[in-house]
Design a binder for this molecule. Structure first.
Ligand SMILES: Nc1nc2c([nH]c(=O)n2[C@H]2C[C@H](O)[C@@H](COP(=O)(O)OP(=O)(O)OP(=O)(O)O)O2)c(=O)[nH]1
Length: 157
């Protein structure tokens, strides 16, 4: 990853500015076949009680001690969605400077999983294509939409 972090909500003060550790996060873009050569991707809303509650994002969460990105993502997808990811492809990374934390987002494409989706944290979910129909979207999820747009295949019929 190169360049300055994306600064979210720049008008707000930063917590513990100067002594911040980078928090590693594993994020999954679940992709499914939407027919006629098109694809769709899964977005979920942030549960109550978390920062940016109600904002739409991609499922995932912070790495625990000793975990790899893939291990953390498999665990988070099980905890949040009740599925077992079986094909995880590391994709892009991005640093975001939020008022609450400095995070390094490790985005992976999730191309296969076992089990039915079950929102275990009371979140909402929506299969999306481009342009998306959900709002508001978390600042650190917005760049993903540009990357998907650039790749093509996710536009609405
Ligand atoms: N899951 C996810 N997190 C994202 C995305 N974009 C983005 O900036 N983030 C940020 C928001 C949070 O600061 C951080 C993820 O932390 P989190 O609080 O959701 O993680 P967690 O599930 O491990 O939470 P917890 O156990 O501490 O409650 O990454 C995204 O698309 N998905």
């Amino acid at each position: 990853m190169s360049g300055a972090p994306l600064k979210a909500d720049p008008q707000r003060a930063r917590d513990q500015a100067g002594e911040r550790q980078v928090v590693e996060v594993a994020v999954g873009v679940l992709v499914c076949d939407a027919g006629e050569g098109r694809q769709a991707f899964l977005m979920t809303s942030r549960p109550e009680g978390k920062v940016y509650a109600g904002y739409w994002e991609f499922p995932g969460g912070k790495l625990e001690q000793g975990e790899s990105v893939t291990e953390a993502l498999v665990r988070e997808l099980d905890e949040e969605l009740g599925v077992r990811a079986t094909e995880v492809q590391p994709w892009r990374s991005l640093q975001v400077d939020y008022p609450h934390a400095l995070v390094n987002l490790n985005f992976c494409k999730v191309l296969a999983w076992q089990g039915e989706l079950a929102m275990r944290e009371g979140q909402r979910f929506a299969w999306q294509d481009l342009p998306t129909r959900v709002a508001p979207i978390l600042p650190g999820a917005l760049p993903v939409l540009e990357w998907l747009q650039a790749e093509g295949g996710f536009e609405r019929a």
